[in-house]
Design a protein around this ligand. Structure first.
Ligand code: URA
Length: 209
């Protein structure tokens, strides 16, 4: 069964409080989301495998460690997922970035992918799917299905805030996918917003509405 990790580092929790506050304006919101994304990436990459190599320092020869595992791919779900990418790239600058844009056809309720562009070797990469809000779980679920259909075998899901409803959907549909959250909130309200949440992540990142 996929695990759910709530990253309770004090810096993440402190910054998340300011992200949630309704008075926080677009510029500060964007900066804070970047910072939290970087801190979350630090925690999420804790299990990356290392290998020993021998190098020359200016003083002597040393056996030291370097990353040895699969390469990483980031897959933000458009549009709000984009807001977390730069923060993660600060720590993992060599990661490739794919993009997935989808919506649900209101009549058929089937997911419609209006945009998808991925690194050519996704089956060889550890993928991190990024969506700030795991609300109903619909978009993340559809995006993960889409990546698996294209050959992805290693996927983690990274969100700022999750609702129990969304977490259950991903756990049921994708038991192989670990979920990383900065907070697991109380519930989804009747309008589909996470409570207490932070509002519409895309609108707050891009100053729209
Ligand atoms: N999407 C958002 O941006 N916010 C929510 O609260 C739920 C879904």
């Amino acid at each position: 069964m996929g695990n759910v990790f709530v990253l309770d580092h004090p810096l993440i929790q402190h910054k998340l409080t300011y992200i949630r506050k309704k008075e926080t304006g677009t510029k500060e919101f964007r900066e804070l989301v970047d910072e939290v994304a970087a801190l979350m990436a630090f925690e999420i990459t804790r299990d990356l495998p290392l290998e020993e190599i021998t190098i020359e320092t200016p003083v002597t020869t040393a056996t030291t460690k370097t990353l040895s595992g699969k390469k990483i791919g980031l897959v933000p779900i458009l549009r709000a997922g984009l807001g977390m990418v730069d923060g993660i790239l600060q720590l993992i600058p060599a990661a490739r970035v794919g993009h997935v844009g989808l919506y649900r056809d209101p009549e058929t309720l089937k997911p419609v992918e209006y945009y998808i562009k991925l690194p050519s070797d996704i089956e060889e990469r550890d993928l991190i799917v990024i969506d700030p809000m795991l609300a109903t779980g619909g978009s993340a679920n559809d995006a993960i299905h889409s990546l698996k259909k294209r050959g992805a075998t290693s996927i983690k899901l990274m969100c700022l805030v999750g609702a129990p409803e969304g977490v259950e959907v991903i756990k049921k549909e994708h038991p192989d996918v670990d979920i990383y959250l900065a907070a697991l909130d109380e519930k989804l309200n009747e309008k589909g917003y996470i409570e207490p949440g932070l509002g519409d992540a895309g609108d707050r990142l891009y100053g729209t509405k």
